[in-house]
Design a protein around this ligand. Structure first.
Ligand code: KG4
Length: 342
């Protein structure tokens, strides 16, 4: 095959991801997570994450190559997340990628983490329509991106002003006594609850707020509202209806996300919406997004949950696009940038 064979390395947060793709075909996606080491701290600890990446890196690369039946010398390029993310964690991935690139004499491509969350859907659902609207919702990001060309033209329309969507899920889960990371637990608890039981606030969706922050998000007011609601119950000595709180909170988040995503599609006349990032695994978000896309005549693309959370396949997928489109590789001085814009 003359399609580029690319290995991707992702270490922006707590997953050590190594993926290999050939063109638009995923060969392997290997992830070693340190999430359990962070659980007792209730959040990701940067120092712990960096050390775990260093320990996991070589075995994860070896496992990926073995499982894909690929020899390192056959690769056409190495791709690596160079930002945004945790500074020390990114450094481990980028240093590893540089070492591979030098040892193998292969080109290296530094890629943006947000763009690769979008690009991963190419190995799942084929080429991206141009333009595509992308909404990224994870533990670290909530962004709306207009994507005319994933390899060199990704425009940020808006982002969170405070907490990321996943962060809100994790913090509310903590208030409800659910384990970290809380998103999947809230998703599960919400299935037994009533999503209109409590009318929680929808930030930046009305009046002047909406005018000024059309495609921005704010979830900290919602998080505080849930915490207050629960605290009031506790103080009164009443039990907390966990399922109803989870369902009502979740509805507030996904209502805002889907409303703004479809507004962005409408105003920018885009007919394809892609949702990525860890929160895209949320079952209610998927259902409501599908419902609203159907009504608006917008096609919805959501990668399978395993490809929505951080992984190496997404980096390899974007790297392969860069090679295929003839983009210039990075030089070996490739820096990391923990707050890299798209
Ligand atoms: O993309 P990701 O793996 O990495 C980070 O950016 O951290 O996203 C993890 C986030 C966590 O906040 C987690 O609670 C959330 O995604 N998440 C979910 C679900 N599954 C994971 N949130 C809501 N519903 C889910 N089913």
């Amino acid at each position: 095959s003359d399609e580029p064979l690319v290995l991707g390395i992702e270490t922006s947060c707590d997953e050590t991801g190594v993926g290999i793709v050939r063109g638009e075909t995923l060969l392997v996606d290997t992830v070693a997570s340190s999430v359990e080491e962070h659980a007792r701290f209730g959040g990701v600890v940067p120092e712990v994450a960096s050390r775990a990446h260093l320990e996991a890196m070589v075995p994860t690369i070896e496992r990926a190559c073995r499982d894909a039946g690929v020899a390192l010398r056959d690769l056409d390029a190495i791709a690596v997340t160079s930002g945004p993310g945790l500074a020390g964690a990114l450094l481990v991935g980028v240093a590893s990628a540089k070492a591979l690139a030098v040892a193998l004499d292969k080109p290296i491509y530094g890629v943006n983490h947000l763009a690769s969350h979008v690009a991963v859907d190419i190995v799942e659902h084929g080429p991206l329509p141009e333009p595509t609207m992308a909404m990224l919702v994870s533990g670290g990001h909530s962004s709306l991106l207009l994507v005319p060309d994933i390899t060199n033209d990704v425009r940020s329309l808006g982002a969170t002003m405070d907490d990321a969507a996943g962060e809100a899920f994790d913090k509310v889960a903590r208030v409800l006594g659910l384990p970290f990371p809380g998103g999947p637990h809230i998703d599960r608890a919400a299935r037994e609850g009533n999503r209109i039981a409590i009318d929680f606030p929808r930030g930046l969706t009305m009046g002047r707020d909406l005018e000024r922050h059309r495609f921005d998000f704010s979830f900290s007011g919602l998080k505080t509202a849930v915490a207050r609601w629960v605290e009031t119950r506790h103080r009164a000595g009443e039990s907390v209806p966990v399922a109803d709180v989870a369902a009502s909170f979740q509805e507030a988040v996904v209502d805002v996300l889907t409303r703004k995503a479809l507004l962005a599609c409408k105003e920018h006349e885009v007919e394809h919406l892609l949702i990525g990032g860890g929160v895209a695994a949320n079952s209610r978000l998927r259902a409501l997004a599908q419902e609203r896309c159907d009504m608006a005549g917008v096609t919805l693309r959501v990668p399978r949950p395993g490809l929505c959370t951080d992984n190496g396949a997404m980096v390899a997928a974007l790297g392969a696009q860069m090679v295929a489109k003839g983009r210039e590789p990075s030089d070996l001085g490739l820096p990391t940038d923990s707050s890299m814009p798209v």
